[in-house]
Design a protein around this ligand. Sequence first.
Ligand code: FEO
Length: 407
Amino acid sequence: MKPIEIKPDIYWVGVVDWSIRDFHGYITQNGTTYNNYLIMDRDVTLLDTVKHDFDQVAVDNIKHLVDLKKIKNIVINHIEPDHASSIATIMEHAPDATIYITERGKKGLDRHFYGTSWKFKVVKSGDTLSTGKYTLTFLETPMLHWPDSMVTYIKEAKLLISQDAFGQHMASAARFDDEFFSCHSQFELDDAIVDYYANILMPFGKLIEGKIEEVVKLGLEFDMIAPDHGIIWRKDPGYIINRYLELAKGKADLSAVIIYDTMWHSTELMSDPIMNGIKDEGVPCKIIKLRTNPMSQAIKEFWRSRGCLIGTPTINNVMFPSVAGFLYHLGGLRPKDRMIGGFGSYGWGGGAVKEAYARFAQMGLEVFEPGLQVVYRPSAEDREKCYEFGQNFAKRLKEYHAKFENI
Ligand code: FEO
């Protein structure tokens, strides 16, 4: 791959991973990129590495510009293996380089690469590194989204290297937002932003709001944000900052999603009239079946919509396994400001809908009660009840959504 100059003497030297579809269980339908950056200054400085599968590609990318022996500094903003696992290969070529990293980053890296004799410089917020004409300032961003995380600001270039923040899992020949929009669409990129945020950053909304406020107070001027995944924001970095603030504050569409699974189609048969009831109240609604869609897509659609209905049949007096797994995973993402309810078919004892409501209560979401249950296969009368259930859900959802009109 060819290095791309993003600012004078600062190059993207990353990798486009067109084929990845399973990113530690998160289904990446659009592939991804592992972005890293090389500053060709008096002191050659590499910011982040790439996933180890591509370590030789990363070496070749850098060789287009410089002999790796000349790398003096390596900044590791985040130690997750998609960004730091090529460090061993890079250090073989640049054994004299010093690694700039947070304290928790160093501890983590030591646990990934035992017994190295690499030189480290532990940094904290406000510490700087001069590479010659450029000054790098480090800003710790703990739990965004790992404890070790930090970002690097390059004052003279008005450039923020933001690691995972503001990224998207999007493989593309376009490197920049304006390039992307000229050959794809803003909707496609926004979908990738919501997908990434919902699946990776949903638990950290308060921290994100606080960190963005902190950056604003510091008065850092930047005209480019270069994340470690996806598109670099050069035309409109304000767009992604505002979008993150909206997402962090829990902004959602006035829409609903039905997320369900089914054994013998009875719970599935309930979904359609429920969706019609919601739609006829003027609220757009999507249906997602869990076993035929990636869980990460269900998480994205959950976060995009203000309301969600969970459909689950009863099996052995509890929820269907895919639904139970979904709610368990969703709980870990600590969702907020969403309304949720449940429905399902059962044969004899029931229990799944009750169990689903217990999970809703644990998550602290706005709960739409009571849930709707049908014995065995829904009759015409049951389907009418499903329609009314959908209508009532949509009516309550509109009232609930109105509370968030200022976001
Ligand atoms: Fe892209 Fe948290 O690694």
